[in-house]
Ligand binder design. Structure first.
Ligand code: URA
Length: 249
């Protein structure tokens, strides 16, 4: 049986960005932290970290932020970047300010280009991150692609063959499934994530991607009511849609 994680209250709140341990101590002494309706008096009280902690702990009159082990989906808008190396606002700027001061930090599970929108997962759980990005997990990712020129007609066959070699690479791409939507749009479902893969695949067949949007990972579909720039915590049920037991590694 796996051990239930516990942390001292001051360590927990400091790690969640509520301030230094000394500042958290002051919050506790001021009676501003309650658990199950009772004021916590000792900053060294060990807290059992459960998913429902935000419903049970109140800090300065507000429910506790999601405890460590959080996972979320963000509807990434165009123009924000997943990488500190790229210019422009980061996806982290779309999360509450305090969440950006957490330890362990929240990171993206894989990346989307600055000019790609759609479903982006984020977590502070390194184990979950690795389970999702591991090639062995084989998680599909579906993209809606808008193209500059009409489809030729042979793209689906070429992408499905598992023989397409991208420029500068020495290993062919795994088979990918393309479904035509119109003359200049399609969905493309991949099970790997090479650099600028979708754009380079269409470049390899003489086309150019003018808009790219990811709308699905595994069986998890980006909800229609989650607007660009908004995020939502993932439930256990959502995670099961991404990592069904049979596919978990
Ligand atoms: N393929 C791309 O070219 N860009 C992305 O952001 C994701 C897949």
């Amino acid at each position: 049986m796996s051990k239930v994680p516990t942390l001292r209250l001051d360590r927990l709140l400091a790690n969640m960005g509520y301030g230094s341990r000394r500042e958290v101590q002051q919050l506790v002494y001021a009676g501003l932290v309650t658990l199950d309706g009772e004021v916590i008096e000792d900053e060294d009280q060990r807290i059992v970290i459960t998913r429902d902690l935000s419903e049970r702990m109140i800090v300065r009159g507000k429910p506790l932020d999601p405890p460590p082990g959080l996972a979320l989906m963000l509807h990434k808008p165009l123009g924000v970047t997943c990488s500190h190396k790229e210019a422009g606002p980061l996806v982290y700027s779309l999360l509450p300010e305090r969440w950006r001061r957490r330890d362990p930090a929240i990171s993206t599970i894989g990346r989307l280009d600055k000019e790609t929108s759609g479903l982006l997962l984020m977590t502070d759980d390194g184990n979950l991150l690795h389970r999702i990005i591991s090639p062995r997990a084989n998680i599909s990712k579906r993209y809606r692609v808008t193209l500059d020129r009409p489809l030729r007609g042979d793209e689906a066959e070429i992408f499905a063959a598992g023989t397409l070699m991208l420029e500068g690479e020495d290993k062919p791409l795994l088979p990918a499934a393309m479904e035509k939507i119109s003359e200049t749009s399609a969905t493309l479902t991949l099970t790997e994530g090479r650099y600028h893969q979708v754009r380079r695949m269409f470049a390899a067949v003489g086309n150019h991607v003018t808009a790219l949007h990811r709308d699905r990972m595994g069986d998890l579909v980006l909800p229609e009511d989650l607007k660009a720039g908004e995020y939502r915590l993932l439930t256990e049920a959502d995670l099961a849609l991404i990592l069904p037991p049979a596919k978990s590694v």
